[in-house]
Design a protein around this ligand. Structure first.
Ligand code: UDP
Length: 330
């Protein structure tokens, strides 16, 4: 029997990468997790082999590709704070663009030609149609979104020139956690809505601030498309299998297609946790579109993706379970 494929997970000590690592392992793949632990966590790498290395250093990558037989690379290693990318674009272009080019160069030299890339709905900018299809114009409004779009463009050129096959997955709002609470979201500082709402529910923060209540939405707060991290993990594995079976390069939206407002998220968290959640009404956060919802029908029809865990209540319940477990480790 041929050996199971080996997948290099770059940034596998982070939120989404750690869930994909668990799922790949469960399905019998061999995983190598490369992470510099800048934002990742060593204790989230509970499966596969851990390689403490930095994709920005070509020598480290060359050594890894020389000493391991790697069938495909999944790339999660990126800074992902939109606001920070505006104040410190160098950090984003250096790591998210230049670092990715260094990784692609090492793959190219080693003859590894299958690549799964974590892209984002932030490449679309302000949507002109909702839900957003993949062929919506890409006009990002932040260095974060521009850096991701640059890599998407690089990948299209590498496909044409070097037969590098890739799948770019444009995530909407990744949320929720492993129902066994073996991995989950842990950012420092935290800026995402659901972990902050749950921290307020636990009394670890005084309140949650709602950024703006005068948007053109039914309750005035922003609407986002929350997608469970395990549904994302499924899509990564389907995309990987497409490439391993000789499929061509492609781009997919990964969203649930059903938006929820900030107020709905808070109400759901009140219900799930049974706790008071104090709210402060704040100003709009700059760069926030009123509504972001993805049309993921292409991933459904072409990959056979069936997001089944992205009900908001389940997302919040698994996140709450994870955070409660994680807080006891502090
Ligand atoms: N949000 C909020 N208060 C917070 C954090 C976020 O009202 O403390 C809102 C934010 O304006 C956005 C939504 O929650 O409309 C989701 O924000 P998040 O940062 O989680 O993800 P993003 O949509 O920016 O990727």
């Amino acid at each position: 029997m041929p050996p199971q494929p080996t997948i290099l997970i770059v940034g596998g000590a982070g939120y989404i990468g750690s869930h994909v690592n668990k799922e790949l392992t469960r399905r019998g793949y061999r995983t190598l997790v490369l992470d510099n632990l800048a934002t990742g966590h060593r204790d989230l790498v509970r499966w596969g082999e851990f390689l403490l290395a930095d994709m920005n250093f070509a020598d480290q990558l060359r050594l890894i590709f020389r000493t391991h037989r790697i069938d495909a690379v999944m790339h999660f290693a990126a800074f992902s704070l939109v606001g920070e990318s505006v104040t410190d674009p160098q950090k984003y272009y250096q790591n998210n663009v230049a670092g990715t080019l260094t990784l692609l160069q090492a793959m190219h030299e080693a003859g590894v030609r299958r690549f799964i890339f974590s892209s984002t709905c932030a490449t679309y900018g302000i949507p002109t149609t909702i839900p957003i299809p993949e062929d919506h114009p890409q006009a990002p409004i932040s260095p974060y979104g521009r850096a991701k779009l640059m890599v998407e463009n690089v990948l299209a050129d590498y496909d044409a020139a070097y037969d590098m096959r890739y799948v770019s997955l444009r995530y909407f709002n990744a949320a929720g956690a492993d129902p066994d609470a073996e991995c989950g979201e842990r950012h420092d500082p935290e800026s995402h809505l659901i972990p902050l709402v749950l921290a307020a529910a636990a009394g670890r923060r005084e309140a949650i601030t709602i950024f703006g209540n005068d948007y053109d939405t039914p309750d005035g707060t922003c609407i986002r498309d929350y997608i469970h991290v395990l549904d994302l993990a499924d899509a990564h594995i389907l995309a990987l299998e497409k490439l391993l079976q000789g499929g061509g390069s492609c781009v997919y939206n990964l969203g649930f297609g059903q938006g929820h407002s900030v107020r709905e998220v808070i109400e759901t968290a009140r219900r799930v946790t049974g706790r008071e959640i104090p709210v402060i009404q704040g100003y709009r956060r700059s760069g926030d579109p009123a509504q972001l919802c993805g049309d993921a029908s292409r991933a459904v029809s072409e990959l056979g993706w069936q997001p089944s865990r992205s009900d908001l209540e389940y997302i919040v319940r698994t996140a709450w379970n994870w955070h409660k477990t994680d807080w006891t480790r502090e």
